[in-house]
Design a binder for this molecule. Structure first.
Ligand SMILES: Cc1cc2nc3c(=O)[nH]c(=O)nc-3n(C[C@H](O)[C@H](O)[C@H](O)COP(=O)(O)OP(=O)(O)OC[C@H]3O[C@@H](n4cnc5c(N)ncnc54)[C@H](O)[C@@H]3O)c2cc1C
Ligand code: SF4
Length: 491
């Protein structure tokens, strides 16, 4: 059996062919020099890698070096094998070195081959169709050939506005305690920053994301027991004082390979079968994991690598520095954006609606460059990796691919944020106003976005109504002039 080189997102037991396989682990500092990551992300990656090295003991060679090349020089010529890496760049690297590559990505339930089989002969790659196929082939929430409860999609019971309370009142996600490994990571990061080798954004808060398999399982058990039941109805809702809502906060662990998606899905289904969680919440969660996550992973490889250069809306503005650095909540008046930036600075994580409808929506409206935005998301989210950011940001959030993933751009005004959150109540702007000092930057920005892109979107059937609305707007010139003046200043 060859020595298995495990990358930092391949840390669970399923990445080994046998429990006693020899392992190579490499901690490369150059990775952190290339980009300005969130400090919590750098901490998590180093902590997870070092914890895995400790667990494996003599079974692993653990090298702390500057570059991968330096590590490879140290290990010499012995044969190495790797599990399919999760990015095009890493894939090219391992193939150029002639390593044996185990073809299936073991952090996922869908192989590239299986997805190609599903795609064959299809005109459209609808997530809903993919998700049903996953349910059937893995036998998840199925009673014979029928979906449990008779329906595939229980969205009509989910995605409700938030309750009229400050928080959902649920227990917080299970939190790991830091140990000596984390202490050493913190010291090393401080030293590298002091020596000018690296720089980070975001707070150096106590680590909240699981760094070991044991911690990942503890978070999963706690989620299923205490939070899953409330997942569905509030999955799209936002409350300023409750950043977690009923979300699992398991994406960092899953993306590190510490937890297999089918483990999470089976635990959720068991809770339903035992009467501990209702079907709508369990279906909603299962849809996210074996639907969305697997779909995103599969389309990353299905689309050509130049997908990252798509920019059909010709969005060419640079990301402003106040947005990049995450410490602009004091300068930003818009309550939704200010709160989300603060949460992101504190944890390197917010749930999917702030990502899509607050951060992504704002960037889309302002015409910020999708490639820069994708890189930014990758750097500041603890769960961000190339495979997951590229389709989610370039495709889903910015519509830069012209509609390969979504039928219309996810642009929306303040009315959506007002309906799905409690942000607007405490805001100096009014979501219903589009001109003047109280004009909501999302509402006015929405119309300015439509005006700028009207020609590019005119053939999209789903944009017909919004474009008709644009034509009827009596104060459009004022809105556009106002938003041009606002430009990229903190709103
Ligand atoms: C613009 C944008 C950027 C995103 N970037 C990332 C990212 O870098 N990393 C990441 O893991 N997710 C990303 N997502 C998806 C989603 O926001 C996060 O997976 C989720 O918020 C993680 O929190 P959670 O574990 O509490 O999720 P839950 O709400 O509990 O959902 C359960 C699980 O479903 C999976 N999931 C759901 N949707 C997606 C999706 N679209 N893509 C991949 N996995 C999904 C995750 O593994 C998640 O843990 C992004 C979404 C958007 C709109
Ligand atoms: S009024 Fe507009 S800017 Fe203020 S919180 Fe609501 S959506 Fe955000």
């Amino acid at each position: 059996m060859t020595t298995r080189w495990l990358f930092a997102d391949q840390l669970g037991p399923q990445f080994l062919d046998a429990p006693d396989q020899q392992v190579l682990l490499v901690e490369s500092r150059a990775v952190f020099r290339r980009r300005r990551f969130h400090r919590a992300k750098a901490h998590l990656l180093l902590s997870a890698l070092r914890h895995r090295a400790l667990e494996l003991g003599d079974q692993a060679v653990f090298l702390q070096v500057d570059t991968y090349d330096e590590a490879l020089r140290q290990v010499g010529d012995g044969p190495l094998s790797v599990v399919q890496p999760t990015s095009y760049a890493a894939d090219r690297f391992v193939r150029s070195r002639g390593f044996e590559v185990v073809p299936e990505g073991r952090g996922f339930a869908t192989t590239r081959e299986a997805f190609s089989g599903w795609v064959a002969g299809r005109k459209r790659l609808l997530m809903e169709d993919f998700y049903r196929w996953q349910r059937v082939r893995f036998g998840v929430l199925m009673d014979g050939d029928e979906p449990t409860g008779g329906q595939w999609n229980l969205d009509h019971d989910n995605r409700e506005p938030p309750p009229k309370r400050r928080t959902l009142g649920l227990e917080e996600p299970w939190l790991p305690g830091e140990d000596d490994v984390d202490g050493q990571v913190r010291e090393d990061l401080d030293r590298w920053v002091r020596d000018g080798l690296v720089s980070f954004v975001g707070d150096d808060a106590p680590r909240w994301a699981p760094a070991t398999r044991w911690e990942a399982l503890a978070r999963l058990d706690h989620f299923v027991e205490h939070r899953l039941a409330d997942f569905g109805p509030t999955e799209d809702a936002m409350l300023g004082a409750d950043p977690w809502m009923a979300h699992s906060a398991l994406s960092p662990a899953m993306n590190l390979g510490l937890l297999h998606p089918l483990e999470a899905v089976h635990a959720a289904e068991q809770a339903y079968r035992e009467g501990r969680a209702p079907l709508n919440s369990v279906e909603g969660y299962v849809r996210q994991v074996i639907g969305w996550r697997e779909y995103i992973w599969s389309v990353y490889w299905h689309f050509p690598e130049d997908y990252r250069d798509r920019n059909v809306l010709a969005a060419d503005s640079d990301l402003p520095e106040w947005f990049r650095t995450l410490d602009a909540d004091e300068q930003v008046t818009a309550n939704c954006l200010s709160s989300v930036l603060r949460d992101l600075r504190e944890r390197g994580w917010v749930h999917h609606i702030p990502r899509l409808m607050v951060l992504g929506n704002y960037a889309l409206q302002r015409g910020w460059n999708p490639r820069q935005l994708t890189a930014w998301f990758h750097e500041v989210f603890v769960d961000g990796y190339d495979w997951v950011m590229l389709p989610n940001v370039t495709g889903m959030s910015q519509h830069a691919d012209g509609g390969l993933m979504t039928t219309k751009p996810y642009a929306s005004g303040g009315a959506y944020i007002n309906r799905m959150s409690d942000y607007c109540g405490g805001c100096a702007y009014d979501p219903k106003v589009r001109v003047g000092p109280t004009a909501c930057p999302y509402t006015a920005g929405y119309w300015a976005f439509l005006e700028r892109n009207a020609e590019r979107l005119q053939d999209n059937r789903r944009m017909r109504q919004p474009l008709l609305g644009l034509g009827r707007l009596g104060d459009l010139d004022e809105v556009v002039a106002q938003e041009r003046e606002r430009g990229d200043a903190p709103p």
